[in-house]
Design a protein around this ligand. Structure first.
Ligand code: ATP
Length: 236
């Protein structure tokens, strides 16, 4: 059974339909990439999955339950967590305080400490900077905080919106390594990326979205070698 099963999802802003009836699914443990041009509807899709935007039609089954029954503040508790574009970290709080925000729904203090240490093992850079204000971190370090914070909320499905956005190429490589490390921890992920090549290279499957519709889907390796994908999204 899929962890996430989306059927005929439609989303409109006023009279304009941004998502025009899409179907996709994600199995437990998978890393899946959604690619597409600017304005294709990728961010809208992620926001709808976490209840920030209301769907106008279709169904979203998460862990066997339709998410229509989940209040917008309750998605994190259900394990559906998004790291938004721009990362959404708190600049005036320290690295440590930001990470702890991820665990705000939990009260198992001892276990949170264990998992904090695990995050610091994954991102030694953050351990060195525990007390630094997050607003003064580099873009790559802020992305590490955003990922670490999301992990502390124990997601069943982590949605990443453009994690490499605005980062220098060498840091982009690092972010993709981090995504792979998080995937190796067993976290299921849906990744939205402009950097289609790197994203597909670390994913099992992918979907291509164009003007609110899914136009292609398949194994990441076959999308990478598909001529239409190469011409439109891989710059070759
Ligand atoms: P990008 O890669 O540029 O972020 P995207 O694929 O994530 O693009 P969306 O941000 O989902 O695309 O936008 C899809 C369409 O919906 C666009 O035409 C956009 O202008 C429109 N849209 C997005 N958010 C809103 C909003 N809050 N109100 C009205 N229209 C919106």
């Amino acid at each position: 059974m899929s962890l996430l099963d989306v059927k005929n999802l439609q989303v409109s802003y006023g009279g304009i339909q941004a998502v025009k009836g899409i179907d996709f699914s994600i199995a437990k443990g998978e890393l899946v990439t959604l690619i597409g041009a600017n304005g294709a509807g990728k961010t809208t899709t992620l926001r709808t999955l976490v209840g920030m935007v209301k769907r106008s039609g279709g169904s979203i089954a998460f862990d066997g339950q339709d998410t229509a029954g989940i209040a917008s503040y309750d998605f994190v508790r259900h394990g559906l967590v998004m790291v938004p574009e721009g990362r959404g970290i708190f600049g005036k709080l320290t690295v440590e305080e930001n990470l702890l925000m991820g665990a705000y729904i939990r009260d198992d203090k001892a276990q949170i400490q264990v998992e904090m240490e695990r995050v610091y093992e994954l991102f030694p850079r953050l351990k060195e900077r525990q007390r630094q204000l997050a607003g003064t971190l580099s873009g790559g370090e802020q992305q590490m905080v955003a990922m670490g914070r999301a992990m502390l909320s124990r997601p069943k499905l982590l949605l990443l919106d453009e994690p490499s956005m605005g980062l220098a190429p060498i840091i982009v490589q690092k972010i993709f390594e981090i995504i792979q490390m998080v995937a190796a921890e067993g976290v299921t992920m849906l990744l939205v990326e402009q950097n289609a090549k790197l994203a597909l290279e670390i994913s099992q499957r992918g979907y291509v979205m164009e003007s609110g519709r899914i136009t292609m889907e398949g194994e990441a390796a076959s999308l990478l070698s598909d001529e239409r994908v190469r011409n439109a999204y891989l710059g070759s």
